[in-house]
Design a protein around this ligand. Structure first.
Ligand SMILES: [Zn+2]
Length: 183
């Protein structure tokens, strides 16, 4: 979704589009790949459906004001039971983009995710919203169960493993579950 700045009417321009899932996922994983060694890597996030974006774009002088909302659902492993969880994410967008000239503005502005710069006469809205959405991804996701035993998915798996054990299974990998209490 490329917006040509000189095409933005006085009353503003409303746009709706979906983000490209493969581009978004690739970008998320690229961040995970450069995570510092020794630090806990962020969970692997996967968007399956294109997140929906609704924006109103207005010009205030040479500053482009972008407001709206981006929402979608992503999959990530529960930090506790490792089940694949689908989590919804919705974030409001409120960004001001200034033309990039010689000076880069103040440090505060550079660090503020609500400020940015554009070069030339075009803005890549998809690129901008991808960035905004990635920033909002939680550090960890956890299922609603209070404990791993209460997690219906993990609980069922543990039960299945225990049953397997009862039927004479001697898989060493299951040793962990032998002393685990399940209701
Ligand atoms: Zn869980």
């Amino acid at each position: 979704m490329i917006i040509t700045i000189t095409d933005i009417p006085v009353e503003g321009k409303e746009v709706e589009f979906g983000l490209d899932v493969s581009s978004l996922n690739q970008r998320i994983n690229a961040i995970a790949d450069v995570a510092e060694e020794g630090s806990v890597p962020p969970p692997e996030y996967r968007f399956a459906e294109p997140p929906k974006v609704e924006l109103k774009i207005e010009l205030q002088g040479s500053t482009v004001m972008i407001k709206g909302r981006a929402s979608g659902t992503f999959f990530a492993a529960c930090s506790r039971c490792a089940e694949d969880l689908e989590t919804s994410l919705s974030t409001s967008i409120d960004v001001a983009l200034k033309p990039r000239r010689g000076d880069m503005g103040s440090v505060e502005e550079a660090e503020d995710i609500n400020f940015g710069y554009y070069i030339g006469n075009e803005i890549n809205c998809a690129d901008l919203i991808e960035e905004q959405l990635i920033i909002q991804l939680p550090q960890t996701v956890t299922c609603s169960a209070k404990s791993i035993e209460e997690c219906p998915l993990a609980g069922a798996k543990i039960k299945a493993c225990l049953q397997n054990e009862g039927q004479g299974g001697t898989d060493e990998r299951m040793a962990l579950f032998r002393n685990l209490k399940v209701n």
